[in-house]
Ligand binder design. Structure first.
Ligand code: XUL
Ligand code: CO
Length: 439
């Protein structure tokens, strides 16, 4: 590539805790530093997302785009998309993130027909493949955009229009094939417009059955082409529809079990989606993880006062510590990773803001990783939790845990005893103080 659009930025952002405040340097993320026997690079598996970082315009419902992107001529041409690949890999390489991910339509322009779109996608995929080989940057996951084009107004695989179902299948078929060709380690299904606006015009059962059929066909195709990546659902409760079928981890896992998709689909949990569902990120992570279904995360955060999916970069150490506690407890995320499904705000329109944003997110997660490791070393929560449940370690509690008792025996036990042993304090305030001692 001739000249870089980031010539003022170091060739590789370095770990330099002594660099001046706000410098383009990591203060926490030291890729090779080993934490609990694994490098930070391998624990965190950071990924840059193409749609926000290279296609985000800064538009919102009240105004058009604000981003200044001197490499982009604003057109939907293949030439512009090819040039964007060079800029994207220059950016990701300087940042030192090992992964990226995309929707089909972020990287390549949609054509007048599916055949034309596929041709454009192939042209760009060839360039992506070459850029991956040159830089060593890998594809964390691919996905298909089944929500922007007006044809998806009623949904994709849950559309009332069977032709739209067929179109969606064809588009996903191609997106899985390209993901496979690029060595993608996962393939994500975010529901887009799979949900409803009005139950009076909706056959919910039929729509959900169609979604299940779609997923089985996707699995079948992945097997046929030898795609080894992990399938992931990305739960989100609302926006754009008022009720998305993949509402939260619980709704997704119920769908998975109800439709024989166990072992086929895990979850990609996103912070701002968790909070839109009225959950914390830690809740969604823990709920998925205890069922062996936490596959990957979309790392971002919402705004406490704005009610929509603002997709801001995560900077809150409390949040990243909670994420890392759950992720470390399950031994990591691989083949998933930490994908920044996050965008710079529309007032931050300079290219350099993209670096500050990602450096901040990576440092926040690296700090969360180190804090979580320190807590784990001291076994703070393990001891608090195991002590709290110790009544199940012997006697009647052990019998309950082992499934070796019944209502009659439990009745006899408590009648003989008179009253349960007294409860103990949950010590929540003390626990919160302990957490602050580590931050
Ligand atoms: C939408 C969202 C998507 C998915 C990929 O809220 O998070 O960008 O991550 O389709
Ligand atoms: Co997402």
């Amino acid at each position: 590539m001739a000249t870089s659009y980031f010539s003022g930025v170091p060739n590789r952002i370095s770990y330099d805790p002594k660099a001046k405040k706000g410098a383009l340097a990591f203060k926490q993320y030291n890729a090779d530093e080993v934490v609990e026997g694994r490098s930070m690079r391998d624990w965190l598996r950071f990924s840059v997302c193409y749609w926000h970082t290279f296609r985000g315009t800064g538009s919102d419902p009240f105004g058009p785009g604000t981003m200044v992107r001197p490499w982009d001529d604003g057109s939907d041409s293949v030439g512009n998309a090819l040039k964007r690949v060079d800029v994207a890999f220059d950016f990701i390489d300087r940042l030192g993130a090992p992964y990226y991910c995309f929707h089909d339509r972020d990287v390549a322009p949609e054509g007048a027909t599916l055949a034309e779109s596929n041709k454009n996608f192939d042209t760009i995929a060839a360039k992506l493949k070459e850029a991956q080989a040159r830089t060593g940057i890998k594809l964390l996951w691919g996905t298909a955009n089944l929500f922007s084009n007006p044809r998806f107004m009623h949904g994709a695989s849950t559309s009332c229009n069977a032709d739209v179902f067929a179109y969606s299948a064809a588009q996903v078929k191609k997106a899985i094939e390209v993901t496979n060709e690029l060595g993608g380690e996962n393939y994500v299904f975010w529901g887009g417009r799979e949900g409803y606006m009005n139950l009076f015009n909706t056959d919910m059962k039929r729509e959900l059955d169609h979604l299940a059929k779609f997923m089985h066909m996707a699995h079948e195709h992945a097997k046929n082409i030898g795609f080894k990546g992990q399938f992931l659902f990305e739960p989100k409760p609302k926006e754009p529809t008022k009720h998305q079928y993949d509402y939260d981890a619980a709704a997704c896992l119920n769908f998975v079990r109800a439709n024989g998709l166990e072992g086929i689909v895990k979850l990609n949990i996103e912070t701002n989606h968790a909070t839109l569902a009225g959950h914390t990120m830690m809740h969604e992570l823990e709920y998925s993880s205890i069922q062996g279904a936490l596959g990957s995360i979309d790392a971002n955060t919402g705004d406490l006062l704005l009610g929509w999916d603002t997709d801001q970069f995560p900077t809150d150490i409390y949040l990243t510590t909670q994420c890392m506690l759950v992720i470390m407890k399950q031994g990591g995320l691989a083949p998933g990773g930490v994908n920044f499904d996050a965008k710079v705000r529309r007032e931050s329109f300079d290219p350099i803001d993209l670096f500050h944003a990602h450096i901040g997110g990576m440092d926040a997660f690296a700090r969360g990783l180190k804090i979580a490791a320190a807590m784990r070393k001291d076994r703070v929560f393990e001891e608090i939790v195991s002590n709290r449940y110790r009544s199940y370690d012997s006697g009647i509690g052990q019998k309950i845990d082992q499934g070796k008792t019944n209502f009659a025996e439990l009745e006899a036990y408590i009648l003989a005893k008179g009253n349960p042993d007294p409860n103990e304090s949950g010590r929540q305030e003390q626990i919160e103080n302990i957490i602050n001692e580590y931050l």
